[in-house]
Design a protein around this ligand. Structure first.
Ligand SMILES: [Zn+2]
Ligand SMILES: [Zn+2]
Length: 367
C-alpha cells in the first residue's frame, strides 16, 4: 500500500466518528513513522496525531492539516459512521504528500508538521489540537477540502475557501403556568417564544453583509393541553460571512430574544453554543496556493475564491493564533450529489491532483 488511492480505499472502509478515530489514527501514525516523521499520538487526550520532520536548517514551520472523522448518520435507528464529507480523502492526500516530500528529500529548510485532527464535524477537533499546543510553533498552516461539483468542477481547484462563521443560540424561555381556563393568571411560554422568533426575524443588519439567523428548533411540551405552558426552548442557527458580522448578529439576536419574551412578561436565558469562526486567510499564502494550482492544473484549472455559508473548524487555528498564516484549498473532484449526502461520491482521479498541489506548495515554502 503506497499510493494515495491505496490510502483512501483503506480509510474509506473504516469510517469512525469524532474522537473515536482509533483505527484511522493508528494507520496514519504508523505510516508517518515509517516514512521518517517523529510521531506523537493521542494529542490532547483524543486521537489527534502530529508528525514532525525537522530539516535542521533555519526556516518556517509549515503544518499540513487534515481531518480524520466520519459523519454520523441514522441508519435503521442506529447512528452509523459514514465518510460523506471526504475527510478520508483529506487524510489520504496529506499522508501521500508527506510521504512524497520525504522520499524526494524536498524539505530543505524549516520544519514540516503533519496534523491529523479528530472531530471536525462536531467542531471540537481543531480545538483539542490547539489546546495541546500543537500550533504554538507553527508559522503557516494549510488545509484542503473536496468541493461539490456545482461549485468547483473536476479539473479545477480554488486557492481559498472562505467558510462562514456559524453558531447556535439556545434560549430557555420561562413564563408562568396557570389553568387553561384562566390564561390571565399565567404567562404563556409559547406566546413568549413566538414573540422572540418574530423579533429575531425582524433584525436587519446592513444588507451588503452576508448573514442569516433563523429558528431551527422549538420545544415546548408540558404533556397536557389544558394548562398554560411555562417553559419553551428555542434554538437559532446563525451564519455570517465575517466574524465581525457574527459578533454584531449575536448581540442583536440576544437582545431580540430577551425583548420578544418580555413583551408578554416572560424571561429568557440565552446561551451561545458551538461557535465556529469564519475563515481569515493571508494573501501571501493564497498566492502560494494559486501558483501550485496553476502548476498542477494549468491556468484554466484555477477556480475563483469560494465563498460558502458552510463552517469548517480549521478556522479556529487562525482565531487562536492570529499570527499564523493560513490557507485552504478547495479541490474540484466531481463530487455528487453533495457533501453530507449519504450517497456522496467523487472522482478518485482528483486525489493525486490534491497531493500534487500540497507537495508543490510545501516545496515553495520549505524547499
Ligand atoms: Zn462535513
Ligand atoms: Zn468536511
Amino acid at each position: 500500500m503506497s499510493s494515495v488511492l491505496d490510502f483512501y480505499k483503506y480509510l474509506h472502509t473504516i469510517p469512525e466518528l469524532g474522537h473515536q478515530e482509533f483505527k484511522t489514527a493508528a494507520f496514519l501514525a504508523d505510516r508517518l513513522e515509517k516514512y521518517g516523521f517523529q510521531v506523537t499520538r493521542n494529542i490532547g487526550g483524543s486521537t489527534g496525531i502530529v508528525g514532525i520532520y525537522d530539516s535542521k536548517q533555519p526556516g518556517p514551520t509549515l503544518a499540513l492539516r487534515a481531518d480524520m472523522d466520519a459523519l454520523g448518520s441514522m441508519v435503521d435507528g442506529v447512528v452509523a459512521a459514514n465518510h460523506t464529507c471526504g475527510h478520508d480523502a483529506h487524510s489520504s492526500m496529506v499522508l501521500a504528500a508527506a510521504k512524497e516530500l520525504l522520499e524526494t528529500n524536498a524539505i530543505q529548510k524549516g520544519k514540516l508538521k503533519i496534523l491529523f485532527q479528530p472531530a471536525e464535524e462536531i467542531g471540537t477537533g481543531a480545538l483539542s489540537m490547539i489546546k495541546a499546543g500543537v500550533i504554538d510553533d507553527v508559522d503557516i498552516i494549510l488545509g484542503q477540502h473536496v468541493r461539490p461539483y456545482q461549485e468547483t468542477p473536476m479539473g479545477k481547484a480554488a486557492g481559498a475557501v472562505y467558510y462562514s462563521a456559524s453558531t447556535r443560540i439556545i434560549a430557555k424561555i420561562t413564563g408562568l403556568t396557570a389553568h387553561g381556563a384562566r390564561p390571565h393568571l399565567g404567562i404563556n411560554a409559547i406566546d413568549a417564544a413566538t414573540a422572540a422568533i418574530t423579533a429575531v426575524n425582524a433584525i436587519h443588519l446592513d444588507p451588503a453583509l452576508s448573514y442569516s439567523a433563523k429558528a431551527t428548533r422549538f420545544i415546548c411540551d408540558t404533556s397536557v393541553t389544558n394548562v398554560i405552558p411555562d417553559e419553551a426552548n428555542v434554538t437559532w442557527d446563525l451564519r455570517a460571512e465575517k466574524n465581525s458580522t457574527m459578533k454584531q448578529l449575536c448581540e442583536f439576536v440576544e437582545k431580540a430574544i430577551l425583548a420578544g419574551a418580555a413583551t408578554v412578561g416572560a424571561t429568557a436565558s440565552v446561551a451561545i453554543v458551538n461557535p465556529i469562526p469564519a475563515a481569515e486567510f493571508d494573501q501571501t499564502i493564497i498566492d502560494v496556493l494559486k501558483k501550485s494550482i496553476i502548476a498542477t492544473l494549468g491556468e484554466n484549472g484555477l477556480q475563483p475564491d469560494i465563498f460558502t455559508p458552510g463552517g469548517e473548524d480549521f478556522n479556529f487555528f487562525k482565531q487562536y493564533k492570529p499570527t499564523i498564516q493560513a490557507g485552504f484549498i478547495g479541490l474540484g473532484c466531481d463530487l455528487k450529489p453533495g457533501l453530507h449526502h449519504p450517497a456522496m461520491h467523487f472522482n478518485l482521479d482528483a486525489l493525486p491532483t490534491g497531493v500534487a498541489i500540497l507537495v508543490h506548495a510545501t516545496k515553495q515554502i520549505l524547499g
